[in-house]
Design a protein around this ligand. Structure first.
Ligand code: AMP
Length: 210
């Protein structure tokens, strides 16, 4: 968990490599659907461009389908889901039906001014989704992905007005989900400033303690 720009995707990928369990990002699933113009993608696109949450009835079936795939059997790291209380309840019901549960919830905490700086400079590879920052983590060749040479672009929802809308949505709709997990004793809050390796060490220390 964590607001947009906190580094959830980056850290989830590092956790995926470390624990050998799949990183499942609701944002990546939605962007892939938009790119392929599936019915989900067509419905989701306008919400995403405005920085609003995609309605639960559109998203939940896709999440369930993904979590039921074979590669998720040994576990998974969810990134960007759940983002609302109804999503958290739906996840709990689904995991019960699959005879599993949420073991651990990590929230990456980053001050607001830093989030705006990070998101405004973020560039994403159109092909593989790898993220860069024009100042803090530039690609070797400007405009091209180091991994696959794909074109880098600025996501519509990383433009300034939309960034502010997304942060507001986080405070209003997602912060209550944190309170829920805190009340259940599952939440670990980790400082998200510093290098990605430093943040990863903090997350790992928390997860391993638990
Ligand atoms: P992200 O890549 O996680 O920042 O997600 C990008 C956008 O996808 C969000 O601004 C939402 O429009 C949509 N989205 C991702 N995850 C969810 C979710 N759990 N519920 C609703 N909308 C979501």
């Amino acid at each position: 968990m964590g607001p947009p720009g906190a580094g959830k995707g980056t850290q989830a990928k590092l956790l995926e490599e470390h624990f050998k369990v799949r990183h499942i990002s609701s944002g990546d699933l939605l962007r892939a659907a938009v790119k392929k113009k599936t019915p989900l993608g067509v419905q989701a696109q306008c919400y995403m461009e405005r920085g609003e949450l995609v309605p639960d009835d559109v998203l939940l079936g896709t999440i369930e389908e993904r979590l039921r795939q074979d590669d998720a059997r040994v576990g998974f790291i969810l990134d960007g889901f759940p983002r609302t209380l109804p999503q958290a309840d739906a996840l709990c019901t689904l995991l019960q039906a699959m005879d599993t549960r949420v073991d651990d919830v990590t929230s990456i905490e980053v001050p607001r001014e830093e989030l705006v700086k990070r998101l405004g400079g973020r560039r994403t590879c159109r092909e593989c989704g790898t993220m860069y920052h024009v100042d803090f983590n530039p690609p070797r060749t400007p405009g091209r992905c180091d991994e696959c040479n794909g074109e880098l672009y600025q996501r519509d929802d990383d433009k300034e007005d939309t960034i502010l809308a997304r942060l507001e949505v986080y405070d209003r709709q997602t912060a209550p989900v944190l309170n829920k997990y805190r009340a259940h004793g599952l939440l670990r809050e980790v400082a998200g400033l510093g290098t990605r390796e430093q943040v990863f060490e903090r997350i790992l220390a928390q997860v391993q303690k638990h």
